[in-house]
Design a protein around this ligand. Structure first.
Ligand code: ADP
Ligand code: MG
Length: 142
């Protein structure tokens, strides 16, 4: 599925729809350059799950856990990861195998440990379409 958005609000709403439809154990992987809108999309997913508290990228922790929604939400941002082994230390396996919804920003950095079954979200700019244009490609893997 390919979506095109022309504002942060539209990207938020796209994420929100996926959050509303998310099922226990679902894993979203987000890929795209810095500033492309991964966190905006994530904030939409969180809202779709019924999470009201503000969601930002976890800066000093790899994972941020939100329990107040319809399902637990595990938000990973692995941008600063040095080695995939750091993921073991935060209990990555337990989260992605769990009943909550996991979402990983910069998932391409930990490609080798991603679960086989996942919902891949790729966000891209196309400056010819304007500064706020984003192409969002969503693919079910596995
Ligand atoms: P990332 O997490 O990918 O580094 P962020 O979500 O933090 O990126 O930031 C995206 C930035 O791009 C925000 O400043 C947002 O306002 C801006 N933006 C402009 N147009 C869009 C759009 N169509 N979708 C998402 N973000 C957009
Ligand atoms: Mg981000």
């Amino acid at each position: 599925m390919v979506l095109e958005t022309r504002s942060p609000e539209e990207t938020f709403r796209a994420g929100m729809r996926l959050g509303e439809a998310a099922v226990p154990g679902q894993v979203f992987t987000l890929t795209g350059d810095l500033g492309v809108g991964k966190t905006v999309f994530t904030q939409g997913v969180a809202r779709g799950l019924g999470i009201q508290e503000p969601v930002s990228s976890p800066t000093f922790t790899i994972v941020q856990v939100y329990e107040e929604g319809r399902l637990p939400f595990y938000h990973f941002d692995v941008y600063r990861i040095g080695d995939v082994e750091e993921m073991d230390e935060v209990g990555f396996e337990d989260y992605v195998m769990g009943e909550g919804v996991s979402l990983i920003e910069w998932a391409d950095l930990i490609r080798e440990i991603l679960p086989e079954k996942r919902t891949e979200v790729v966000i891209e700019k196309d400056l010819e379409q304007g500064f706020d244009y984003r192409k969002i490609t969503i693919t079910e893997i596995g």
